[in-house]
Design a binder for this molecule. Structure first.
Ligand code: 5GP
Ligand code: SF4
Ligand code: MG
Length: 465
């Protein structure tokens, strides 16, 4: 998901809408904005579909006045997956004794089931199926007087990954979990402040990047003044390495590194680790493009657009049902036949998850008369589900959970298949010495099975580490 907030700027919701539009790649199912103004109090609008189809209408934006607003773009990783109801769309908002608050959450709470059971037993009235709603109820029950302290109370009971943008009547609040699994950055817009999942959304509104909200940090903006707080015991951060590989936009800066440059470097590493003789290097667009450029530069094999993407389709994996996803590949990608015929082609993609995309692409490329097809993948084999906010399917649907690299190659029906090594990936994100096995620098659980936060709800449901 993507989160965005603006405080201390007239008609803040208009900037939030633009910010959410720039974060649309992080969630395409639905979006919402909450604002606050002196006359009406809190105002809220939540809609299915793209930001540009909803939050551009003057009649809707007129209902979201005020100098303080937060927003969220959603794709479901928990709650009613594939069957989102409007009540599951964020930001969530509630009135309680300390005054109202609204929150927008990116990440996933791994003990949400247990918290929810406990809260319902004690009388909380839930409105959604979302894990994030627990936070509002925990805040409402806290015995602290002020909202920021209530939020600290609440978040100390929550286990999982969270980058949160929240607001009260007068405050804009940003928090990251102690490991800093999901991104969150801070920007300035004139006298006002901005919080965003990624820097690309600061650019769109002309805000200036200030710094990242740090892992375990809570920032509070009131009357244009920012204060920093440390509600949690300090831990060594474990940022999501997959943000670098796929999730973030290539024009964003993560941890001081250009996402594009990291992805290009992954391609360079891949070309060194897994060279191949071929005539063309083609990306699977758009997610494989920067790595394909790096592969081509390092190998000297010419880069070409062998697959053309229809710009009017979204990201396939974010479509929540299997059926739509299967159709999606053909609706979205087509082979550039004249270019491919008779050629030995290296195809570079960011990841193989279920393998459905790769099989469709191999069929299309061979149909177009390619002589050979070699897959090079810009991440290690995805063998484990993510429980921290990225929608990987259950283990039994992950190709790499049950097959070796050679078995996957045969299953996909390609001439060769190679994934970047975990150390190669770490080098590409700037860790010259590779992965520190004793104390890894990133979360890489979907590749390694090394979960930095115990997924307690899932273990209760029978998941085995
Ligand atoms: P597959 O068809 O192998 O299930 O999906 C792989 C494609 O989905 C890749 O091209 C990639 O761009 C995209 N993808 C990236 N990340 C994820 C993820 O976390 N989950 C899923 N299902 N697909 C992803
Ligand atoms: Fe990122 Fe993978 Fe960790 Fe999930 S499991 S937070 S996708 S690295
Ligand atoms: Mg892709």
């Amino acid at each position: 998901c993507g989160v965005f907030g603006v405080g201390g700027v007239a008609d803040a919701a208009n900037f939030v809408a633009l910010g959410l539009h720039a974060l649309q790649h992080r969630g395409q199912e639905a979006g919402g904005i909450v604002s606050h103004d002196a006359e009406h109090g809190f105002n809220s609008a939540r809609r299915f579909g793209y930001v540009r189809d909803n939050f551009t209408k003057q009649s809707l934006m007129d209902t979201l006045p005020g100098p303080l607003a937060i927003g969220h773009v959603r794709y479901s990783t928990s709650g009613s997956k594939g069957n989102t109801q409007i009540r599951d769309v964020q930001p969530f908002f509630g009135e309680f004794s300390a005054g109202g608050a609204a929150i927008a959450h990116n990440g996933n709470i791994v003990n949400a089931n247990a918290l929810r059971r406990e809260l319902i037993e004690r009388g909380s009235i839930f409105q959604s199926n979302s894990d994030s709603e627990c936070i509002i109820h925990l805040m409402a029950r806290s015995l602290q007087r002020r909202v920021p302290e209530r939020m600290q109370d609440a978040l100390r009971r929550v286990e999982g990954a969270f980058s949160i943008v929240a607001m009260t009547r007068t405050k804009l609040i940003g928090v990251r979990d102690p490991l800093g699994v999901r991104p969150l950055v801070l920007g300035r817009l004139g006298e006002g402040w901005v919080l965003s999942s990624e820097t690309c959304a600061l650019d769109i509104i002309g805000a200036e990047f200030v710094r990242e909200v740090e892992p375990g940090e809570m920032v509070i903006v009131e009357n244009d003044v920012l204060t920093s707080h440390r509600p949690f015991a300090p831990r060594k951060p474990r940022f999501c390495v997959f943000e670098h590989v796929y999730f973030s936009r290539p024009d964003s800066i993560l941890g001081g590194r250009s996402v594009y440059e990291t992805r290009r470097q992954i391609g360079v590493e891949l070309a060194r680790e897994a060279p191949v003789e071929a005539d063309l290097v083609c990306p699977v667009p758009d997610s494989g493009t920067p790595a394909a450029i790096g592969f081509s530069q390092e190998s000297g094999i010419p880069y070409a657009m062998g697959i053309i993407r229809n710009q009017y389709m979204g990201r396939t994996f974010i479509e929540p049902t299997e059926q739509i996803r299967n159709m999606g590949v053909r609706l979205k990608l087509n082979v550039n036949r004249a270019l491919i015929r008779g050629k030995r082609v290296v195809l570079v993609d960011d990841s193989v998850v279920r393998g459905t995309t790769s099989i469709k692409i191999r069929e299309m490329i061979l149909d177009a008369g390619a002589a050979e097809v070699h897959f090079r993948i810009a991440s290690p084999p995805t063998a484990w589900p993510c429980f921290y906010g990225v929608d990987t399917p259950d283990r039994d649907k992950l190709l790499a959970a049950s097959m070796s690299e050679a078995e996957m190659r045969d299953h996909l029906g390609v001439d060769s298949l190679r994934f970047i090594s975990l150390d190669g990936l770490y080098r590409a994100v700037g860790e010259a010495g590779g992965r520190d096995a004793e104390s890894p620098q990133y979360c890489d659980a979907c590749f390694s099975g090394d979960y930095p936060i115990e997924p307690s709800d899932r273990i209760e449901q029978g998941f085995e580490l």
